[in-house]
Design a protein around this ligand. Structure first.
Ligand code: NOJ
Ligand code: CA
Length: 557
């Protein structure tokens, strides 16, 4: 452990509401830090770099999957939900990580992937080894194919990663995989499946895990007709794309899914403090409420800011809507700009609003050439705005360094299944998963002691290294450290009142006279009244520059 950790004497408390306004730092473990030099980030790497998290001042870590996996989908293809991938460490390492983080006052949230197992999971192996109609097959969404001998797929459904959503087993049965073929969908109609996940949630809760991020929480329950009905009654892909009334889609956002989360909540509430959970649910905004209710998972991601262009009115609308929805749910809101699935926000803001990012990435990320200076300026302003909002902010590893997306990874190193399954139409998500630079030089920029990193780092990575940014007072890393510290001291009740402002300016006030003002425009505006606490870039007393956020203390200033 580094000295920053050992000098900290805090530890986690039994506050049951700790998550409501937490800053949660997402770690994609295979790309965070590699302790043993095999090119793959590991749990020991996180333990060794806990000082970074302490210095940053985050309240919690969300750990993306660290379970045994063949990495058909970056670990979201889980072989065993109650084990640690051997290349990442052991359960003892995991326990040590929990205690190191807890000793530093940082909570731990782990990722649960309940919609699908991997095809190497014991259940799926058993299903393949068992005959059609067997109990083992029934744990998955498996049905007979159509046509003679079931040689044709049950439907023409497409997977979210491209290509067909059904895979033949070879004996007339086909299994559903809404994602990669290595990710067979579980049959959540079965009590055995439900019980097994309760066991998993208990397993990690008993080890001291503070919360869970629930992968594609909206997909678990399929309409009964998908599992057992006549193929002719199933909608076509075209019909699916046309959309369904709320709750009537054959597998997305069905109301019955909340019965599952009620049982999870009952389990979470047996712990002190209750375990928190946050749903990843790609449903319409008003349908997120049910996931976020206290009798459900308790919180749901909104990815709206992540999908919002750099525009004052658009930001205001998203914030207003999400504060209302989270209040309706009795939850706090979540704010996210980057994660392991999305183009990093520095890069998104570096290209003109409305750019088709998929096409832009496919073409190598140079047409148009990103204006990374502007991207970083906007990213810092957006982040500072979000950090002033009531609710939790989720920060993705590397964004505290202002790290841009790596847009030009060569095809032969890409790991994301979307690249192959869309036949190259989508380059995929590897560009935000490149291992972090810790040192300015060195063959893997300090990612590990070896030369390797499982995705190649570009030459320019050293300029964003933690070590380098720590030595530069104006760096993005120092900006995040200062912003998180200021937020901690200013944070109060989950209330916000809007301040009137001009068209390009978003201004609001939090309890205690904490005011956040963002100038989305291209020209400076007069600096509002108050004492400047922090700004997303250098400001003087008179003007708030273009594309800048400032926090002001307006009472007792
Ligand atoms: C959402 C995860 O964030 C993503 O990385 C994964 O590919 C899919 N769910 C499937 O598990
Ligand atoms: Ca390693």
């Amino acid at each position: 452990m580094t000295s920053a950790t050992s000098t900290t004497s805090t530890s986690v408390t039994s506050d049951r509401d700790w998550w409501r306004q937490a800053v949660v730092y997402q770690i994609y473990p295979r790309s965070f830090a590699d302790a043993n030099g095999d090119g793959i980030g590991d749990l020991r790497g996180i333990i060794d770099h806990a000082g970074h998290l302490v210095r940053l001042g985050v309240d919690a870590v969300w750990l993306s999957p660290f379970y045994p996996s063949a990495l058909a989908d970056g670990g979201y293809d889980v072989d065993d939900y109650r084990a640690v991938a051997p290349e990442l460490g052991t359960l003892d390492d995991f326990d040590e990580l929990v205690s190191v983080l807890h000793g530093a006052g940082i909570r731990l949230i782990v990722d649960i992937v309940p919609n699908h197992t991997s095809n190497r999971h014991a259940w799926f192996r058993e299903a393949l080894a068992s005959p059609p109609g067997s109990a083992a097959r029934n744990r998955y969404v498996i049905r007979r194919g159509t046509g003679p001998d079931g040689a044709e797929p049950p439907t023409d459904w497409r997977s979210f990663f491209g290509g067909p959503a059904w895979e033949p087993i070879g004996d007339g049965d086909w299994y559903l995989h809404l994602f990669a073929p290595e990710q067979p969908d579980l049959n959540w109609a079965l009590d055995e499946v439900r019980e097994d996940f309760l066991t998993t949630l208990r397993f990690w809760s008993d080890r001291g895990v503070d919360g869970f991020r629930i992968d594609v929480a909206h997909l678990l329950v399929k309409d009964a007709s998908v599992i057992g009905g006549a193929a002719a009654d199933l909608p076509t892909q075209e019909r699916i794309q046309a959309g369904f009334p709320d709750g009537q889609h054959p597998f997305e956002g069905r109301d019955e899914v909340h019965e599952i989360y009620r049982t999870w909540r009952a389990l979470f509430d047996e712990y002190d403090p209750p375990r928190m959970a946050v749903a990843e649910a790609w449903v319409a905004a008003h349908r997120r409420v049910a996931f976020a209710r206290p009798e459900g998972l308790g919180q749901a991601f909104n990815f709206d800011l992540l999908l919002t262009p750099w525009d004052a009115a658009a930001f205001t609308k998203v914030i207003t809507e999400n504060l209302a929805l989270s209040a309706e749910a009795g939850a706090s809101s979540t704010w996210v700009f980057s994660n392991h699935d999305m183009v990093r926000h520095v890069t998104r803001y570096a290209v003109p609003n409305g750019t088709d990012l998929v096409a832009w990435l496919r073409a190598g990320g140079h047409d148009p050439e990103p204006d990374l200076e502007r991207g970083l300026r906007r990213a810092r302003a957006a982040t500072l705005l979000a950090l002033a909002l009531p609710g939790s902010t989720y920060v993705y590893q590397g964004e505290e360094l202002g790290l841009p997306e790596v847009t030009d990874l060569p095809a032969d190193v890409l790991q994301d299944p979307t690249f192959v399954r869309t036949e190259g139409a989508e380059k995929g998500r590897d560009g935000c998963r490149v291992p972090l630079p810790w040192t300015e030089t060195g063959e893997s920029f300090g990612f590990g002691p070896g030369t390797a990193s499982h995705l190649p780092q570009p030459e320019w990575f050293g300029a964003y290294a933690v070590e380098r940014e720590l030595n530069e007072p104006a760096s993005t890393l120092h900006f995040y450290i200062d912003a998180l510290a200021a937020r901690r001291s200013l944070q109060g009740a989950e209330e916000l009142s809007w301040r009137t402002s001009t068209a390009d300016v978003v201004a609001f006030e939090r309890p205690g006279g904490w005011v956040s003002v963002t100038n989305f425009g291209e020209h400076p505006v007069p600096m509002p009244e108050g004492r400047v606490v922090i700004a997303s870039r250098a400001v003087d007393a008179l003007e708030l520059p273009a594309e800048t956020t400032v926090w002001l203390q307006t009472t007792g200033a």
